[in-house]
Write a protein that binds this ligand. Structure first.
Ligand code: AMP
Ligand code: GLY
Length: 425
């Protein structure tokens, strides 16, 4: 089959890499793709404005594409799946209404409350006076979330009342995130350890993937500001078999059933961000797409045909036996531009990309890179996701860092402790 893959980050490079291994796939159009994806077999990068949803559907029709896979959330929240379904084009990703699970925090919190899905106690606030009054009654620590999409930056975990009020002023007063902050969700602080559990679903059947753990903070020991994610590993031992079962039965399955019941069936990858405490998982957030960088650690462990699974999701024929997993582990270390997540420089020549082939089982997924003549140069905050597999997390981690050591660019920065929670004690 011919696949159209939308996006240009590390997640999409990992998707392209895994899709290319599916024997049923003959060609993958990557719109717009990145320099790493152009060297994946069967892949062809095509420059494209991916906010042009009708243009993307025209492309799929003209090129007789059998399956479209949407990487990032923005086109999903904008309704790309509706445009494709309307034109009878198979698409892996939720409809505009279903994508509200990520696109609107108030929607997802209200759905969870209605269907008794475990999550933090909350209040949806339409004015800053309302938000501040609720914060005063609850006290700190407390969490303030902009309702709409804010590029992963719309959440403030406030340790004091002053921080909480400042967050409300920043979102609702200064409109730091534009209309996304016209409404906020104020919610109870949940202690515990986080993990990401992603699942394939065709709107009825839900098949969980292997649980992963991201590292959101910029510095070692989980300190400093939040980032898009500085590394990930899978499987995450904090998600024991028992906790995974609970997450599937109390969270993933009820939410997919709820969405169908609400008349907005959810098709695609459902990402549950979990907080785990005392053996119980609660929902921190939902995303309507694969995680980045979790995908780079989860997909290498998939022992199945990704395109076949995704097509089955799009066509409503997903079966649990399609999704199998390899034993072992994978670790992804993100190499970033120094200064990220604040100010950083781009255009630094990346050296050593070819040397990485010396490290068995290592794969370098490009996130923010650009081709500049013969050179590949940095072109974003997160530049590369250096991934390796191993029999154990330690083995995968050692190989990933062995590969990282072979890559160089000016002012590179990476965390040295990816997977530390799995390896402590
Ligand atoms: P989100 O964008 O909703 O995933 O939030 C970003 C980060 O804020 C999460 O990964 C958590 O580390 C933290 N966070 C969000 N909500 C809560 C909560 N209710 N309690 C504790 N931490 C939270
Ligand atoms: N790794 C966090 C996310 O994809 O939202």
């Amino acid at each position: 089959m011919k696949v159209l893959l939308i996006g240009s980050g590390g997640r999409e490079h990992a998707l392209a890499w895994k899709l290319s291994q599916d024997t049923t796939v003959e060609h993958i159009y990557c719109l717009p793709g990145n320099p790493g994806m152009s060297s994946v077999s069967k892949c062809e990068n095509v420059p494209f404005d991916i906010s042009d949803l009708n243009g993307l559907a025209d492309f799929a029709e003209q090129h007789k594409v059998d399956l479209t896979v949407v990487g990032p959330e923005a086109p999903l929240v904008a309704g790309i799946a509706d445009v494709f379904v309307e034109r009878k084009l198979a698409v892996f990703g939720p409809s505009k209404l279903a994508a509200q699970l990520e696109g609107s925090k108030s929607f997802s919190k209200e759905l969870m409350a209605k269907y008794n899905v475990p999550t933090a106690f909350f209040k949806i606030c339409n004015t800053s006076a309302e938000a501040k009054a609720f914060i005063r009654t609850k006290g700190a620590p407390i969490v303030i979330k902009a309702d709409g999409l804010a590029a992963g930056k719309g959440v403030v975990v406030a340790m004091t009342l002053e921080e909480a009020f400042a967050a409300v002023d920043m979102m609702m007063g200064d409109r730091k995130f534009g209309e996304a902050g016209a409404r906020v969700v104020v919610e109870e602080f949940m202690p515990g350890e986080e993990a990401s559990l992603l699942a394939f679903t065709d709107g009825k059947t839900v098949v969980p993937m292997i649980a992963a753990q991201d590292h959101k903070r910029i510095y070692d020991n989980d300190r400093g500001p939040n980032t898009g994610g500085m590394g990930a590993y899978a499987p995450a031992p904090v998600v024991t078999e028992e906790i995974k079962q609970k997450a599937v039965e109390k969270i993933l399955k009820p939410v997919v059933a709820a969405m169908r019941n609400e008349g907005m069936p959810y098709v695609g990858c459902l990402y549950a961000g979990l907080m785990i405490a005392n053996g119980e998982p609660k929902v921190v957030e939902f995303n309507c797409r694969f995680g980045d960088p979790e995908t780079q650690a989860v997909l290498p462990l998939l022992d199945g045909n990704l395109a076949e699974i995704m097509l089955a999701c799009a066509e409503g024929t997903l079966k649990p036996e399609m999704v199998k997993w390899h034993d072992g582990a994978a670790v992804c270390v993100v190499m970033a531009s120094g200064g990220y997540p604040d100010v950083f420089e781009k255009g630094k020549k990346i050296k050593g990309l070819r040397d990485v082939k010396k490290v068995m089982s290592a794969e370098v997924f490009h996130a923010g890179t650009k081709q500049n003549g013969e050179d590949v140069v940095s072109n974003g905050g997160r530049v590369l996701g250096v991934t390796a597999m191993g029999k154990t997390i330690r083995e995968a981690k050692d190989s990933a860092y062995e590969a990282v050591a072979l890559i160089d660019f000016e002012k590179k920065y990476f965390r040295k402790d990816i997977a530390w929670r799995a390896l402590k004690e």
